[in-house]
Design a protein around this ligand. Structure first.
Ligand code: GLN
Length: 189
């Protein structure tokens, strides 16, 4: 199994470290030639979604990435990565997201919660995080809510979290993604 990690900007190294702990091979996508390598899945890390969108576009990666996800490549977006998957950005996931939903200054906090298909007491670190304002199709399933706001969802091959599991020691969210990659979970057909 080989997972591509988008490495244009943001918290990509932390995802690579988690995957290495889980014994999974990773490679960084910095340009189109990297992207053309064989891969079983893709991680879109946190960071700044506007910067990431601009770089994806400038590097000619936007359409190839969109097509691969639409073609079924398993993808996991955290925070800014979740924004990239949403309507108005890559638009592969049927979600509408509110950016910086917790405010810019006091928007960072830590909690734990239940994540469908993953377990209880999952640590959740939010950093100027978005949440999902609206699920736009029944193909998309809510996996977690915090204070009445949707913070994790799955739509077939696509997983998105508002929070940053790569910044905590709990491996379950990444394990859930790797199970999707292995074709073991089909929460939504
Ligand atoms: N606030 C960032 C954005 O809107 C996301 C923050 C993050 O990824 N930690 O893109």
């Amino acid at each position: 199994m080989r997972i591509a990690v988008l490495a244009l900007q943001g918290a990509f190294i932390e995802h690579e470290q988690v995957l290495q702990r889980l014994g999974v091979e990773t490679f960084e996508v910095r340009q189109l030639s990297d992207w053309q390598q064989p891969k079983d899945g893709l991680i879109l890390p946190g960071g700044e979604s506007t910067v990431q969108m601009r770089l994806l576009s400038q590097l000619g990666l936007l359409e190839p990435v969109r097509e691969a996800i639409q073609g079924g490549l398993p993808v996991f977006g955290t925070c800014a990565g979740m924004i990239l998957l949403s309507e108005g950005y890559l638009g592969t996931m049927d979600i509408r997201v509110r950016r910086n939903a917790y405010g810019r200054q006091l928007g960072s906090f830590h909690t734990e919660g239940q994540v469908e298909g993953t377990g209880n007491h999952v640590p959740m670190t939010f950093i100027r995080a978005p949440y999902i304002e609206e699920i736009l199709s029944p193909r998309c399933q809510v996996l977690a809510e915090v204070d009445g706001h949707i913070v994790a969802a799955q739509q077939g091959n696509q997983l998105a979290t508002s929070f940053h599991p790569e910044l905590d020691q709990d491996l379950r969210i990444h394990q859930h993604f790797l199970q999707m990659v292995a074709g073991e979970t089909a929460l939504v057909a």
